[in-house]
Design a protein around this ligand. Structure first.
Ligand code: ADP
Ligand code: MG
Length: 231
């Protein structure tokens, strides 16, 4: 599902530069549930943005969900992302003027993968799956943090992407709510979706099976199951 080879990402900083990702190579098989952990500034968000094609590497190659991202134009990347990647962020990033259901329908309108007549029903089904169907007609600001993150997960599933990427999705939630959100991810993984989650949760390893630790943009530990080893 993911193959990163010798990827470097540098950002200019004043006179010099920051090496955010430093000669990193990594393979993630379809069906894996992987956590990326590490201190603030270790390169977790940069790695996720490279996987999502939001950012391009300085050197090295990123293959994900069947594409070599370096070979795609900006519009090609946007189209690939819309169909293949669901993104979940720490601060939910729901559009405040749209209802919860409309937020979930938006990526369907953008990608055109789901027929227009199916979109509203599909949004309601996805909200049902994450346990907040009763909030469909409300504005995001009237929901709790945990409910907003569930809405964001439903939105990430809009186009049925094989790959879910989440950047500290529980970072803004209390521990009980965080656990419930991680349970939603675990259920989605059990259904076969590949998930990479950046997390600060202390017990994330017990949930995900594989934990990759970054220090200064390098992998210093890669522990736990691989998809093949789990069977
Ligand atoms: P993490 O998500 O683990 O906190 P990041 O990937 O955000 O780490 O950042 C890794 C390093 O790259 C940090 O030193 C950060 O300051 C730097 N960095 C990240 N994004 C940018 C950017 N757009 N411009 C300049 N430096 C950046
Ligand atoms: Mg980050």
């Amino acid at each position: 599902m993911i193959e990163i080879s010798d990827v470097v990402k540098r950002y200019p900083l004043g006179e010099g530069e920051v090496v955010a990702v430093d000669h990193l190579s990594l393979t993630i098989e379809a069906g894996e549930f992987v956590a990326v952990v590490g201190r603030s500034g270790s390169g977790k968000t940069t790695l996720l943005n490279l996987l999502a094609g939001i950012d391009r590497p300085t050197s090295g190659t990123v293959r994900a969900a069947g594409a070599d991202l370096g070979g795609l134009s900006e519009s090609g990347l946007a189209e690939w992302r819309g169909r293949n990647v669901g993104l979940v962020f720490q601060f939910f990033q729901l559009l405040p003027t749209l209802t919860v259901a409309e937020n979930v329908m938006l990526p369907m309108d953008f990608a055109g993968k789901i027929p227009a007549v199916r979109r509203r029903d599909r949004a309601l089904e996805l909200l049902e799956r994450v346990g907040i169907a009763d909030q469909a007609g409300k504005l995001p600001s009237t929901l709790s943090g945990g409910q907003q993150q569930r809405a964001a997960i439903a939105r990430a599933l809009a186009n049925d992407p094989p790959l879910l990427l989440a950047d500290e999705p529980t970072g803004n939630l209390d521990s009980h709510t965080a656990q419930a959100v991680l349970d939603v991810f675990a259920r989605l993984n059990a259904e076969g979706r590949t998930i990479v989650v950046v997390s600060h949760e202390r017990d994330i390893r017990a949930i995900v099976g594989r934990e990759i630790t970054l220090v200064d943009g390098r992998v210093v530990a890669d522990e736990g199951d691989r998809a093949g080893a789990r069977a």
